[in-house]
Design a protein around this ligand. Structure first.
Ligand code: 8CM
Length: 357
């Protein structure tokens, strides 16, 4: 029976344990460039003992940023500061990962602590794109331009180019952000995709964009390195995307070379009143995809307690536990978890700390 402090080998990469830092937007970049904040933020969590540290949603083109302060990999200049971070993360025993993203119709917004609302052109906003010209709603009032076939090809090329840059920057784990109402999710959800061409309508057509984008990235990303896809496994809305569709999509991603599905949900529409927020609320999606699509999964969402995370792994509901907000509260969570689970020897800490604690 696997447990939280067992290693996890996927392709040529071995994680020292089953604890991952979920990608978390810092909204702290200038022109998409990483800086000392990102080094300290990600570096602390590597020192903190996680097996995998996934850098925040990183835009593949400027139009694909959520906010003006998002991280980016749309230019070669953005590689160098990331190299410093990946080197540090590796030196401290964690595997550096990166989540590549395009915000689609949720782009051009103020960062959360500045209101989360759409930014107008004169407030440093920009034209956004999506499968259909439908605004997200609530504070995100901007109406996106409907993508034509040129736009689709250009965005997919941007994902390919950013993948190449991620490899050059030293990342060893790639994730495609295909959840939370951003571009890929907005194609596969019937709520946001009203197209009548081959990218809309039937299930096969709605998943075409994410499958093509994934394949373009997989061709570029070395076969020996892991590649995960974060999905919204349900829209939590009557008439929206369902877990059955997410299972079918996961099977197709597996056939095309995906190594893991990172199982999240929702956030494709502004109304969250149907979401059953509770500890481990998205774990059933991970379990269903792991069993029914036969692919490794990551569980994410309100995982805070060592025993809870360990049980998810022991019950084989997921192969990896991703922690987000709990890692903001406590970068040293893996050490505390090792002590709580009587496995202190599996997480001794960096030498400069271990002797004293
Ligand atoms: C912010 C940016 C991008 C995301 C996010 C958030 C916040 C919560 C979340 O996902 O679940 O994908």
């Amino acid at each position: 029976m696997p447990s939280l402090f067992d290693t996890l080998k996927i392709k040529d990469v071995t994680l020292r344990n089953r604890i991952g830092v979920s990608p978390m937007c810092q909204y702290s970049s200038h022109d998409g460039m990483a800086n000392d904040w990102h080094l300290v933020h990600l570096g602390s969590r590597a020192i903190g003992g996680a097996g995998l540290v996934i850098a925040e949603a990183t835009a593949v083109e400027p139009r694909g940023r959520i906010s003006p302060q998002d991280a980016g990999l749309w230019s070669d200049e953005q590689i160098e500061p990331l190299k410093r971070i990946t080197k540090f993360v590796k030196e401290h025993g964690a595997v550096p990962g990166i989540q590549l993203a395009h915000a689609g119709r949720k782009g051009s917004a103020a960062r959360p602590w500045e209101g989360d609302q759409s930014l107008a052109d004169e407030e440093s906003g920009w034209e956004i794109i999506a499968p259909s010209p439908l605004a997200f709603g609530h504070k995100l009032w901007r109406v996106p331009k409907e993508m034509d076939h040129n736009d689709i090809a250009r965005v997919q090329q941007a994902f390919r180019d950013a993948t190449k840059r991620a490899l050059e920057a030293g990342y060893q784990w790639l994730e495609l952000h295909a959840a939370h109402g951003y571009l890929c999710h907005s194609f596969y959800s019937p709520l946001s995709n009203h197209r009548t061409d081959e990218y809309g309508g039937s299930f096969e057509n709605r998943i075409r964009f994410v499958l093509e984008t994934f394949s373009a990235m997989r061709e570029t990303w070395p076969e020996r390195l892991p590649f995960s896809v974060r999905l919204s496994c349900s829209d939590w809305v009557e008439g929206g995307w369902t877990i059955q569709e997410a299972i079918e999509l996961s099977k197709k991603l597996k056939e095309r070379g995906a190594d893991m599905i990172d199982c999240s949900s929702g956030f494709g529409a502004p109304d969250h009143k149907n979401y059953p927020f509770a500890p481990g609320w998205q774990v059933p999606f991970s379990e269903a995809i792991r069993k029914q699509a036969g692919i490794a999964t990551a569980a994410v969402g309100l995982i805070t307690e060592p025993k809870q995370a360990d049980e998810i792994i022991r019950k084989e509901q997921a192969d990896l536990a991703l922690l987000a907000r709990q890692m903001l509260r406590d970068p040293y969570w893996p050490y505390r978890a090792a002590i709580a689970l009587n496995e202190k020897e599996k997480a001794p800490g960096p030498a400069a700390y271990a002797h004293w604690i």
